[in-house]
Design a protein around this ligand. Structure first.
Ligand code: ING
Length: 317
């Protein structure tokens, strides 16, 4: 038997500064059509799929960056994607920058992913929790990674939703490097985690990590999948975007931790896998039977403490 869901990781090649929303939405729709021909039921797009990765530039007045954010979803430019997905009966997960104005008039800038069911119902929205990089202009860098200037860290954590015949969660890019992201969802029985990313190959604070970007990408998603008995779908925006070379290597990871499908290019490419959500139980009910084996009473530092607290110095007497 099995509970099968055919998933497509819709990797994007670069989106340049001057590419219009209309052009990008056209590419997203092309990938939907590729998926339709392969029986895909859920298409997952990258982080900030509608624009270039704009945190690589700093602007003194953040209002100058407002055009990178969506104020409404869908709007006239993104409506064709929603319409075509619904017509084809394909659900999707879309990453973008959101500028939210609350009824009280407060403005929030979020890095989000929206999940839409096959019938067009909006299932939920995830707000990125771990915001990497820096908050101020760093003039010495070859490119900025000012995500902490452009996005507020989410206070909403890692919810999961019943959708696509299973239990689905989301995370965005840097969230995938933190075991807490997976575990928060694992503790809610997650069976499928959707994660868009933009990972520059050159890591400015420590270039010795550049050659390891692909290894680290696979390492964290494979470990997170296995340790929580869940499928993980990692979807890149790859290739050379405004001069910055970004990792592709979009992949679909099984609850065993095995990569079952991976992108061959760094361009627009749909990576497809038929995911059996029932396979999660093999791990969740055996060696990762949380109820039987976890020891939260000895894990108290995980939530009570943020940074490292060293042990006391050895006495000199
Ligand atoms: N990007 C990076 C990632 O975790 C990062 C993190 C931070 C790269 C700082 C370079 C510099 O893959 C995103 N988008 O979170």
């Amino acid at each position: 038997m099995g509970r099968f869901l055919t998933v497509g990781a819709a990797q994007l090649g670069p989106v340049q500064r001057d590419d219009s929303r209309k052009e990008v939405v056209g590419r997203l729709i092309d990938l939907l059509h590729h998926g339709h021909r392969q029986g895909v039921e859920l298409v997952v797009y990258p982080e900030l799929a509608l624009t270039t990765f704009f945190p690589r530039w700093f602007v003194d007045d953040i209002a100058e960056a407002d055009h990178w954010y969506e104020a409404a979803m869908p709007d006239v430019e993104t409506q064709p994607l929603f319409d075509e997905a619904r017509r084809l009966g394909i659900g999707f997960c879309l990453g973008y920058a959101e500028r939210e104005t609350t009824p009280g008039g407060d403005v929030h800038r979020w890095n989000v992913q929206l999940l839409v069911e096959r019938d067009g119902t909006v299932i939920g929205k995830f707000h990125k929790v771990h915001i990497p990089g820096h908050e101020r202009h760093e003039p010495g860098r070859p490119f900025q990674h000012a995500e902490r200037y452009y996005f507020e860290p989410s206070p909403y954590g890692f919810p999961v939703w019943r959708a696509f015949g299973g239990i689905v969660g989301m995370m965005i890019c840097n969230d995938r490097r933190w075991p807490e992201s997976y575990r928060e969802m694992g503790l809610q029985g997650v069976e499928l985690i959707l994660c868009g990313y933009n990972t520059p190959i050159h890591y400015v604070p420590d270039p010795s990590q550049d050659i390891l970007q692909g290894f680290h990408n696979a390492l964290v998603m494979q470990a997170g999948a296995y340790q929580n008995g869940t499928w993980v779908v990692g979807v890149a925006k790859g290739g050379v975007e405004e001069g910055v070379d970004s990792l592709g290597q979009s992949c679909i990871v099984a609850p065993s931790g095995q990569i079952v499908a991976q992108a061959l290019t760094t361009d627009d490419e749909l990576v497809v896998a038929r995911c059996d959500l029932d396979w999660c139980a093999r791990y969740k009910e055996t060696l990762f039977d949380f109820t039987r084996y976890r020891r939260p009473e000895v894990y108290t530092r995980i939530t009570s403490q943020r940074g490292v607290v060293l042990p006391p110095e050895r006495g000199t007497r």
